[in-house]
Design a protein around this ligand. Structure first.
Ligand code: DX5
Ligand code: ZN
Length: 216
């Protein structure tokens, strides 16, 4: 297979994996991807509860994959240290949850020498985050309402990729929600270079082919 480290970066979302055997589920994708996407939900920012920092810490012990941690939580500034200490390589938080504290949180993450990402929900205008691009490693465009895997890709949200790409040639633009071989193509054509995919990868009978189909 082609170089797993080449663009686009594929980050399988373990939200669609079997939590009872998380280590095995991570090992299934490990040969084919450089990253793993960990969805943290608090039941307040989104109507679902998933996992917290102790689970990230346990995952850190069983894999060398780059830990791409997506915080869908209220008050990310308060919790960010625990996710840094747990061994995250990249922490993405939501602009809607941080608002005027956005820059402060980005700086806190970067001061620990890990990467910082900022995400926007489908109803948030991408222009609101342009002023933060110079401080960020990644922007995450949500193409579903955050909270659950297996939802339908919202075509309208994908246009935001193009706007962000016009403002920054080099930044990582990650897309999350409803990514499959067809929607991946749409996002890549618009300028995305990092794709999260949960159901399409984990529910596939052939994980390797599913991952390859996202890259090509
Ligand atoms: C949704 C999560 C996603 C989710 C994607 O709120 O942020 O990462 O796991 O799952 P799929 O690819 O199934 O839409
Ligand atoms: Zn996610």
């Amino acid at each position: 297979m082609d170089n797993i480290n080449s663009y686009p970066i594929i980050s399988p979302s373990i939200l669609s994996a079997d939590f009872a055997c998380l280590k095995d589920e991570i090992k299934r994708v490990e040969p084919y991807v450089p990253w793993i996407h960990i969805d943290v939900m608090d039941g307040h920012f989104v109507p679902n509860i998933t996992i917290g920092a102790p689970v990230v810490k346990s995952i850190r012990k069983v894999t060398d994959l780059f830990l791409d941690v997506h915080l869908m939580i209220e008050d990310p500034g308060f919790y960010v240290d625990s996710f840094i200490d747990a061994g995250s390589d990249l922490i993405t938080f939501h602009f809607e949850a941080a608002k005027e504290k956005t820059l402060e949180i980005i700086k806190k993450i970067k001061s620990k020498n890990i990467k910082a990402g900022l995400s926007i929900k489908p109803k948030t205008d991408e222009k609101e985050i342009i002023k933060y691009l110079d401080f960020l490693d990644m922007v995450l465009i949500m193409t579903v309402e955050p909270g659950f895997g297996g939802q339908k890709f919202m075509e309208d949200c994908a246009k935001k990729i193009k706007t962000i790409r016009e403002f920054s040639k080099d930044i990582l633009i990650q897309v999350d929600g409803g990514i499959n071989d067809k929607t991946a193509k749409t996002c890549l054509n618009l300028g995305a270079n990092c794709l999260v995919s949960g159901n399409y990868i984990y529910k596939s009978p052939d994980i390797k082919s599913a991952i390859l189909s996202l890259k090509n």
